[in-house]
Design a binder for this molecule. Structure first.
Ligand code: GTP
Ligand code: SPV
Ligand code: MN
Length: 658
């Protein structure tokens, strides 16, 4: 068996011959990652104009992945149109006729969500990545790979992985181009679907490389992992390699290396990989925060405007809350971001947030004119839908749109069932969904009718409150407030939520999801907690108040106790009034609860069971405390800060006196 190196050499010799024959350009650059000759043609953009570290990243990646062609994105409208047209011709995107520039994409059904089990962080020591668990316990707060193991995994996957394909080079800014809070990345990918989605989700091309100058950028390398010719044709024209999928991060060198999946957070590397995992490490080093949080502005009937951030796990209501339509009169909500917040204290000690993204990659099912009219208005044009259903007359469809879809509409499901109807069952007798439960819309944020006037402000918006939450069918009240910052950090650390379709977890198990960041920590969660706690020691900082909400409590008949969506404005109202210092809270064992009558329930369409919504059963909270103690002991172990352990002990004390 010839060694890998010999193989690569043979392949590149072949490539050089072809390149010479085609008059392609040859590169021989000293000091790069691989030291054999390289051959590829640049079909768009100019390598010579790039600064050396950018050029080196491109050349090294091309040498490794051996694409046919290299296309450096300029970010223009024409370029986007051309890539989109090609995707339509390739059968990857299908126009959705009733709308302007809207497209449907159907993936290989094996590639439909983030793959947490194959997401890795590589650091010299395991403890940099995650706490060392108690003996015999599998770690759930990140997956560690040694640098050597990662190198081996890369060498096993990447050499030649883009053969026959075009390698796209996407310079992008997370955050408004040029803002002191923004960061720049370059994503290299062999998927033009990724390129056109990156156009929506991030600021691509244009001035990005000028602003970068010779500064640092995050290196993002992505491949669908199917060199041409493929052994078998791709399902749905969606090449992917589920057996070899890997989403890896090297925080120290600010690198992301993703293989095998084209879907969402696995492939749009600016999102969870960069803006959360890598950025949380940069934030730790530089003294700020990168969080899985929406940002919204809310103006009360007196015209006073506040901004709040909310952290809910994936598919637990961030996009919906971020652009909600308040049902209580006189309130206005405006959206800054629906998924990620980068937060930094300014020189006056005010915490300011930017949304590093420029689009929404939102859950489609459940979105309707009734639940989220602003999202429905946003997606009317320039939107890419993945894994939804469509109707014969060129409309969109998913679970939740029944009431606004004609009864006789002919629906084709995401799995190509024609004449889909809700009673359809598969061979095992299970209902067939029209749209995949994690189907998504990818849509420009600027099209949101209630996008906040300050959403691209380069200094960010001032934050008054942090709200944590999750899907808690039992025991957790609609809203409560932390007693102080330390207790707030404890509340973040103890977030739990039912599993959803956003990742590969089956079933609805209530999982721990501290700070809604469990799949997104870039470094040891214990150190992350210390970072959060450190802000309290700096007396000049104005710390936001901390709250916990739960829209998902259920009654005995498994029905939600709270109507949710626009009605959540009643909870925001209470939170904002607390931020204004109103005396509307009373202390309980778990934190401050609304004083009786202080939550505005006027005009609620149907009555709610207030007692059940706010009940805090002693036996439930005893179990909760135990469960969290076990989790901290097993998962955080030696790395749990004393302050957080003390908070848990105090909660236990208070619960025992309930
Ligand atoms: P990611 O984009 O995966 O991070 O999810 P998200 O946190 O943005 O969740 P999203 O707002 O997309 O909501 C996910 C699902 O929860 C959708 O099906 C919504 O319809 C549903 N949902 C959102 N808010 C509420 C609510 O207040 N009550 C109820 N019952 N369901 C809600
Ligand atoms: C999430 O899972 O939280 C998402 C979707 O927002 S993805 O971009 O796939 O991460
Ligand atoms: Mn969302």
């Amino acid at each position: 068996m010839p060694s890998l190196a010999v193989n690569i050499l043979r392949r590149s010799t072949g490539l050089i011959k072809t390149a010479l024959a085609n008059n392609h350009r040859l590169f021989k650059m000293p000091g790069t990652m691989c030291n054999y000759a390289r051959a590829f043609s640049v079909v768009h953009g100019n390598l010579d104009n790039l600064q050396p570290s950018v050029r080196k990243f491109i050349v090294d990646s091309a040498n490794l992945c051996q694409p046919d062609k290299v296309h450096i994105l300029d970010g223009s409208v024409e370029e986007n149109k051309k890539l989109t047209k090609e995707l339509v011709e390739m059968g990857v995107l299908r126009p959705i006729r009733k709308y302007e520039n809207n497209y449907l994409c159907l993936t290989d059904p094996k590639d439909v969500a983030r793959v947490e089990s194959k997401t890795l962080i590589s650091t010299p020591s395991e403890r940099e990545t995650r706490p060392i668990t108690a003996p015999g316990v599998k770690g759930k707060l990140g997956q560690w790979f040694s640098p050597k193991d990662l190198e081996n995994a890369v060498q096993e996957r990447f050499p030649g992985c883009m053969k026959g394909r075009t390698m796209y080079v996407i310079p992008f800014s997370m955050g408004p181009v040029g803002s002191p809070l923004s960061k720049i990345g370059i994503e290299i990918t062999d998927s033009s679907y990724v390129a056109v989605n990156m156009y929506i989700m991030t600021r691509v091309g244009g001035k990005v490389l000028d602003v970068l100058g010779d500064g640092e950028f995050v290196k993002c390398l992505h491949s669908v992992g199917q060199p041409l010719p493929m052994e078998k044709p791709a399902v749905n024209n969606w090449p992917c390699n589920p057996e070899k999928t890997m989403i890896a991060h090297r925080p120290a060198s600010r690198e992301i290396i993703s293989f095998g999946s084209g879907y969402g957070g696995n492939s749009l590397l600016g999102k969870k990989c960069f803006a959360l995992r890598i950025a949380s490490c940069i934030a730790r080093d530089e003294g700020w925060l990168a969080e899985h949080m929406l940002i919204l502005g809310i103006t009360n009937p007196q015209g006073v405007k506040r901004y709040v951030c909310a952290a809910f796990p994936s598919a637990c209501g961030k996009t919906n809350l971020a652009m909600m339509n308040p049902t209580i009169p006189g309130y206005k909500v405006e959206c800054v971001g629906d998924d990620i917040a980068w937060l930094k204290f300014d020189k006056n000690g005010v915490l300011r947030a930017i949304n590093p993204e420029s689009g929404f990659f939102g859950v489609a099912p459940g979105t309707s004119n009734k639940t989220n009219p602003m999202a429905m208005a946003t997606i009317k044009k320039n939107t890419i839908f993945t894994n939804i259903a469509v109707t014969d007359d060129g409309d969109i469809f998913w679970e939740g749109l029944e009431d606004q879809t004609p009864k006789d509409a002919k629906i084709t499901s995401w799995l190509h069932h024609e004449n889909w109807h809700k009673d359809m069952k598969n061979a095992e007798g299970k209902p067939i969904a029209a749209a995949h439960p994690n189907s998504r819309f990818c849509t420009p944020a600027k099209q949101c009718p209630i996008i906040d006037p300050q959403w691209e402000s380069s200094e960010g918006v001032p934050i008054s409150a942090f709200i944590f939450g999750g899907r808690r069918p039992q025991g957790v009240p609609l809203v409560y407030e932390a007693l102080d910052w330390k207790h707030g950090v404890y509340i973040g650390a103890s977030v739990r939520s039912e599993a959803t379709a956003a990742a590969e977890h089956a079933g609805k198990e209530v999982m721990h999801d501290p700070f809604a960041m469990r799949p997104f920590f870039g470094y040891n969660f214990g150190d992350y907690l210390k970072h959060w706690l450190s802000f309290e020691k700096k007396k000049e900082l104005k710390l936001p108040k901390v709250f916990h909400v739960n829209w998902f409590r259920k009654d005995k008949n498994n029905k939600f106790l709270w109507p949710g969506f626009g009605e959540n404005s009643r909870v925001l109202d209470w939170i904002i009034r607390r931020c204004e210092g109103e005396d509307i809270a009373e202390k309980s064992a778990i934190g401050y609860l609304p004083k009786k009558g202080s939550l505005n329930l006027d005009g609620l369409e149907s009555e709610v069971n207030y007692k059940e919504l706010f009940d805090t059963p002693k036996d439930f909270w005893e179990k909760e405390v135990q469960e969290i103690r076990n989790y901290f002991n097993e998962q955080v172990n030696e790395d749990l800060p004393k302050e957080v352990a003390d908070e848990l002990a105090s909660l236990e004390q208070r619960v025992s006196k309930m």
